[in-house]
Design a protein around this ligand. Structure first.
Ligand code: PLP
Ligand code: COI
Length: 339
């Protein structure tokens, strides 16, 4: 393997040694296969290609100072992938297969896990595809589950430095009774136009509003939104956002720090009342937000005026990272050690 500049990795595709795959045929999952191919040979009428029968997950493995490899809350990703599968009528991946796949693929690519202290991690991408051939709109009768991995740096190039976000009103990522709550490719397709435009206009990401009333904050591109108001952690309660495992964990950590936690509708106007705001997710970890620009209403909300992340976001970020990297006791049993 060629030398890697671990501390300056982008968030992107990185070729590794192997990926793992299992096929669902005749009503059951087959044995896990290991391959070094970066390609999938697929039927031209596979439902994932035509009707979006596709779901994925994003999770991370970390190398601790003690040398151990930790995967964060894999059971939650497995559960969410099952919920995605049910949502678009795909075969569900059982916990045992999911765990076997992530364990194998991490071990097979151990040399690609970034060393402790580089700020990088090994990103795991479980993927579930409808591979059976159909031309009518119906669920496939065959599925493929695979996991590939790759070392990544922070999702937003700013890392833990505050970013600018663009609030959009002329695009929705998910319909009110659609698929926003599950991790299916179609939601990301719908986010491409506003996302690319926001980047072109100088923003790290977009902030979507609820698709029904366009009044409440939904989520920040590929990450959930949170705000800090005094001693309270506030995050949107919405049926159209992805239930973020990072957000779920931050709510627990906020409580551990003696904070109040509120999961409720967050009207856009409330932005002016927050002391700190941020985006959170596996890839983004916590990205503090310095500015939210309402594109249509031409309104600007500003935070962290001194250009650095607020004290509460910093505390939460440090705590989450310390648990993930084994620096702090894992009192909630979130880590699984890969041996
Ligand atoms: N929201 C969306 C749309 C996402 O793609 C992600 C990433 O998975 C998140 C939120 C954050 O979720 P998690 O913390 O589980 O990674
Ligand atoms: C993640 O945070 O893991 C994501 O899936 C975000 C994105 C790359 C889609």
């Amino acid at each position: 393997m060629k030398k890697v500049d671990w501390s300056n990795l982008p968030f992107g595709y990185f070729k590794t040694n192997y990926n793992v795959r299992s096929y669902w045929r005749n009503g059951s999952w087959g044995r896990l296969e290991i391959t070094s191919s970066e390609y999938i040979n697929m039927h031209i009428a596979a439902t994932c290609l035509h009707y979006g029968q596709q779901a994925f997950e994003g999770m991370k493995a970390f190398r601790g100072k003690d040398g151990q490899i930790r995967v964060f809350r894999w059971e939650e990703n497995a559960k969410r992938m099952r919920s995605s599968a049910r949502g678009i009528m795909m075969a569900e991946v059982p916990d045992e297969l999911f765990l076997k796949a992530i364990t194998e693929v991490v071990k097979l690519n151990e040399d690609h896990i970034p060393p402790f202290g580089t700020g990088a991690a090994l990103y795991l991408r479980p993927l579930l595809l409808g591979t059976g051939a159909e031309v009518g709109v119906k669920p496939a009768d065959e599925y493929m589950f695979m996991v590939f991995v790759g070392p990544v740096g922070p999702y937003f190039k700013e890392g833990f430095k505050p970013v600018s976000i663009q609030l959009v009103r002329d695009f929705d990522r998910a319909a009110p009774q659609g698929t926003g709550h599950i991790k299916v490719g179609g939601n990301y397709a719908a986010s491409l136009q506003p996302g690319v435009r926001a980047k072109k206009e100088g923003f790290a990401s977009v902030l979507f509003l609820d698709a029904k009333e366009n009044k409440y904050i939904d989520e920040a591109g590929p990450a959930n939104f949170f705000g800090i108001k005094g001693n309270t952690y506030v995050t949107p309660d919405s049926k159209t956002i992805l239930p973020s495992i990072t957000n779920m964990s931050l709510r627990v950590l906020a409580k551990d720090l003696g904070m109040k936690v509120e999961k409720r509708n967050v009207p856009v106007e409330e932005l002016s009342e927050f002391d700190e705001v941020g985006a959170c997710g596996t890839a983004a970890v916590i990205s503090p937000i310095k500015e939210i620009v309402d594109r249509e209403h031409k309104k600007v909300y500003e935070f962290c005026k001194d250009g650095v992340a607020g004290p509460v976001s910093t505390k939460l970020y440090d705590k989450l990272k310390a648990i993930q990297e084994g620096e702090e006791a894992d009192i909630h049993n979130w880590n699984t050690i890969i041996e």
